[in-house]
Design a binder for this molecule. Structure first.
Ligand SMILES: Cc1cc2nc3c(=O)[nH]c(=O)nc-3n(C[C@H](O)[C@H](O)[C@H](O)COP(=O)(O)OP(=O)(O)OC[C@H]3O[C@@H](n4cnc5c(N)ncnc54)[C@H](O)[C@@H]3O)c2cc1C
Length: 378
């Protein structure tokens, strides 16, 4: 692995820093107006579709540049790169890879302009980890699919213009469950779609259950061929778990934790002077460094033209454990104040989401065991 950046890459880092000097919102967290301004500036710069190919309107940034951009943004506590995380991270790249010219012309410019919000329809009430077992059914009727069923935990469905919807199109149960799945790029305003909010523990409304009752989706909304949806999902999930930014995000969290240890007390002294607190913080730092090096290892593989593949599960798993340990320490530092404190309390109630979303720790362990270590199947 080569740890050095070329002159061009260092120049790009300077460009990112200059952009941040000029456009970084003053407030943390930023106001809505600041977020709008930030997204507009990113759009102008072409960085909303940073890794998308130029011929599809993207910036055509290299993987190393993307790594630098995310690292710098994270170090300066910048807001996310665009409000439509799902659209930009996996829906757009999936449409670039599998979409028709018409679909690319219809959806990609809107995504790059920040004019659409996408949600993702994978999970169902009885189907989460075993995604290939999904049951929401689409039956072909002339030039339309008639969709019936339900999706759950659908983040942002109440705001989304479209849903990246996975449905079952093969009714023959004797055939492989992986071969009967199809992806439909479905407008959320079609008759028969109902969105019901699911309140979260933190009081934030992001989850929903979405019901489909005889929803007629035009055949031209299908992404890829009928029955090819599993291939679309696998590639989209690799984008979701790409892992490069895991370490930089956790570095930010650690900085906050160190500040908390400086401002809270143990036995009348700053908690940061307590050896057990220092040991925990040093342990977190070591794990974050390991995650960063892992991220660079995947990056090196990708630069050699090999897919990032299953290794990204390692950082996803490490991050889950780290989240748990770091929030535990903050609750310990705050003691009984943890119940009343705003930001830390919200974080310690909400972190489970990032651990479960995109695949639970057990599922990552299965992937690592079976596909990286070559152990027998679960
Ligand atoms: C913040 C957040 C956002 C989300 N956003 C979306 C979204 O936008 N769209 C969407 O479709 N879904 C979304 N989800 C749902 C998410 O994908 C599922 O929650 C996740 O895949 C787990 O599925 P489940 O909840 O049904 O749990 P289950 O699959 O029922 O798992 C329950 C427990 O059993 C374990 N388990 C299950 N199978 C195995 C196995 N084979 N081996 C060992 N252990 C196993 C799991 O690890 C877990 O501990 C979101 C979830 C969260 C938390």
């Amino acid at each position: 692995m080569d740890f050095h950046f070329t002159e061009a890459e260092q120049a790009f880092r300077a460009e990112v820093r200059a952009f941040l000097d000029e456009h970084l919102p003053e407030n943390d967290p930023p106001t809505e107006t600041e977020i709008e301004r930030w997204n507009h500036a990113l759009g102008e710069k072409g960085w909303l579709g940073f890794h998308w190919p130029k011929e599809h309107g993207g910036y055509g940034g290299t993987l190393i540049e993307q790594f630098i951009l995310k690292e710098e943004c994270s170090a300066r506590r910048a807001p996310p790169l665009g409000s439509d995380f799902m659209g930009l991270t996996w829906v757009g790249p999936s449409i670039i890879m599998h979409g028709t010219k018409e679909q690319q012309g219809e959806f990609l410019p809107e995504l790059l302009a920040g004019d659409s919000v996408w949600c993702t329809g994978y999970s169902e009430p009885d189907i989460g980890s075993d995604l290939a077992g999904l049951q929401c059914r689409a039956v072909r009727d002339g030039d339309e699919y008639v969709v019936n069923g339900s999706k759950i935990w659908t983040t942002l469905a109440h705001k989304a213009k479209y849903i990246f919807l996975m449905v079952r199109t093969e009714s023959d149960a004797s055939k492989s469950k992986y071969k009967g799945i199809t992806c439909l790029l479905t407008p959320m305003d079609l008759p028969g779609i109902e969105v019901r909010p699911i309140p979260a523990l933190t009081g934030v409304h992001s989850f929903n259950q979405v019901f489909f009752n005889d929803v007629r989706v035009p055949v031209e909304s299908r992404l890829g061929e009928e029955g090819q949806g599993w291939m679309v999902v696998v590639r989209a999930l690799a984008n979701e778990r790409s892992g490069i930014s895991e370490a930089t995000e956790k570095r930010r969290h650690l900085d906050d934790l160190i500040e908390l240890a400086q401002t809270t007390e143990r036995k009348g002294r700053p908690a940061l002077e307590d050896p057990s607190v220092r040991r925990s913080l040093a342990g977190f730092q070591a794990k974050i460094s390991a995650m960063r090096l892992n991220g660079m290892r995947y990056l090196t593989k990708q630069l050699r033209g090999e897919p990032a593949g299953t290794e990204t599960s390692v950082n996803k798993l490490l991050r889950g454990q780290l989240e748990h340990d770091m929030w535990n320490l903050s609750n310990g530092l705050l003691g009984s104040h943890a119940q009343a404190e705003g930001r830390w309390q919200l974080g310690s109630l909400g972190y489970h989401g990032t651990v479960i979303g995109g695949g639970t720790p057990n599922i990552q362990r299965n992937i690592i065991g079976e596909r990286i270590l070559g152990l027998p199947k679960d």
